[in-house]
Design a protein around this ligand. Structure first.
Ligand code: UDX
Ligand code: UDX
Length: 459
């Protein structure tokens, strides 16, 4: 079969894998290849056990793999054979040199650009999928067009807005697809080719185009706004705990204002995930670079509140449990940064578990999908931390139970049995406000929700 387009994605991670599976699924006339430097990951993509857990993804991959979706480690061959190349390699926060702890580390991106340059024998459209600081595309264009073989490269920005756990739904029916290009004749032609790909399943009015810098910046700003809503509601949760207000009622009242809207107003133990912190740090770094210190301070506040919320959670535990956690067994339900994913990057559970260990507690971590990652995150703490998948088994004999991820299965446990199996007095800290607090209190727990007065049996 001859294919109409040959599409490649470099980087088979949480973004590259699902996005390419969706393109292959919706566009049977295109051949889609995904490559990665990590052989183990590619082997997993080619097996029945995909490297990431994402509801609905298995079915899509199974339907198209080997037909028009291929996973490989042969990067040179893939670059040579494809003319539309998405780049979705990771861009972590830099941990060395200038901008350490804030700026994006672009070494993988630049290395990838140089590989594209090295192995290309024909013109290519190169598409930034990784989140990058504003103006990275310019640098890429310069590197790519520094060749002496007369090959032309067009660089587009096409940030990904999918959220983990709902990636398939977000890709199937995105709020919008954003494509940034240079506003030259060539740039616009390249942009139209990408618009055509998405138009196979996304309504045209949802495909937004802009200049390349606006597109790069919009991704950072979208994530900063989402995170800012969570920090705003979490900041208010601290005030609610001191007063008789209830954060769920406040967030419902605030969110029903159609100008504000109800989403992303769930108070929690803090946000995690690979993007929010990294992208805000990037934004802050960018603002400082341009001398906009007030703007940088404003956005940095979002991260400060997020750390504060996690630390506050641990302080509440210490305070509630008679000022010492030493030698006490604490069960953590949920280690993933959100429900329906096995991903633990920047998960609040990491910081909280480490803080509990510092207090000499013994922590039993439970999670239906994230224990492999949790073990890696807590490597070196094995003498203080154990891992038990079954939540009922994990909580046995514990002094306290903390809920750190909003997995649905935690709502449906037998709390009479949980209470019966725990040490007394039993403490329940609901870092996601997903349990029936009144019921748990009546069973006998001392209950500490987020942003609501605690319910205790102490005088
Ligand atoms: C990535 C970026 O981190 C993020 O900034 C962007 O918004 C979307 O793409 P994600 O897909 O979650 O996010 O990253 P990850 O799951 O770490 O996948 C990146 C993949 O790139 C890894 O599998 C890694 O092995 C691969 N990679 C990295 C390469 O193939 N080549 C490299 O040089 C570096
Ligand atoms: C985010 C963006 O939503 C997505 O558009 C972008 O492409 C990547 O970053 P993701 O990190 O996968 O996606 O998940 P998201 O649903 O945004 O949740 C991020 C964190 O915020 C999680 O830890 C979640 O538990 C937390 N959260 C979310 C809250 O604490 N309260 C809320 O109301 C919503």
């Amino acid at each position: 079969m001859t294919f109409e387009k040959h599409i490649l994605c470099i980087g088979a991670g949480y973004v590259g894998g699902p996005t390419m599976a969706m393109i292959a699924c919706r566009c049977p006339r295109y051949r889609v290849t995904v490559v990665d430097v990590n052989r183990e990951k590619i082997d997993q993509w080619n097996s029945d056990e995909l490297p990431i857990y994402e509801p609905g993804l298995d079915e899509i991959v199974r339907a198209v793999r080997g037909k028009n979706l291929f996973f490989s480690t042969d990067i040179p061959k893939a670059i040579e054979e494809n003319d539309i190349i998405f780049v979705s390699v990771n861009t972590p926060t830099k941990n060395y040199g200038v901008g350490a702890g804030m700026a994006a580390d672009l070494q993988f991106w630049e290395k990838t650009a140089r590989e594209i340059l090295k192995y290309s024998k024909s013109p290519k459209i190169v598409i930034e999928k990784s989140t990058l600081p504003v103006k990275t595309a310019l640098a890429m264009e310069r590197i790519l067009n520094s060749n002496h073989h007369g090959i032309a490269f067009d660089v587009l920005s096409n940030p990904e807005f999918l959220a983990e756990g709902t990636a398939v739904r977000d890709l199937t029916s995105p709020d919008r697809v954003l494509i940034g290009s240079e506003e030259t004749e060539r740039g616009l032609r390249a942009r139209d080719i990408l618009v055509e790909i998405y138009a196979n399943w996304v309504p045209r009015e949802r495909i937004l185009t802009s200049n390349i810098w606006s597109s790069e910046l919009s991704k950072l700003v979208s994530n900063a706004f989402l995170a800012q809503r969570i920090s705003s509601i979490n900041a208010i949760s601290a005030l609610c705990e001191k007063t008789d207000a209830d954060i769920t009622e406040v967030s419902r009242a605030v969110g029903t204002d159609s100008r504000i809207g109800p989403k992303f107003l769930n108070s929690s133990v803090g946000f995690g995930g690979s993007c929010f912190k990294k992208d805000i740090l990037n934004l802050v770094y960018l603002c400082r670079h341009y001398g906009l210190n007030e703007v940088a301070d404003y956005w940095e506040g979002v991260l400060k509140i997020n750390d504060y919320q996690q630390d506050r959670f641990v302080l509440t535990m210490i305070d509630a449990m008679f000022n010492t956690l030493s030698g006490k067994k604490i069960c953590v339900w949920g280690f993933a940064f959100k429900a329906d994913t096995g991903d633990t990057r920047e998960s609040p559970a990491i910081r909280i578990t480490k803080r509990l260990v510092e207090e000499n507690a013994l922590v039993i971590v439970s999670d239906p999908k994230a224990l492999k990652n949790a073990r890696a995150d807590l490597c070196g703490l094995e003498d203080r931390v154990s891992f038990v998948e079954d939540p009922m088994e994990a909580v046995k004999g514990c002094h306290a139970l903390c809920v750190l991820t909003e997995w649905d299965l935690y709502r449906h446990q037998d709390f009479e049995a949980v209470y019966a199996s725990m040490a007394k007095p039993s403490f329940l800290f609901d870092g996601r406000n997903i349990l029936d607090h009144g019921k748990c209190f009546r069973i006998g727990f001392n209950v500490y929700p987020i942003g609501k007065p605690p319910m205790t049996h102490f005088q």
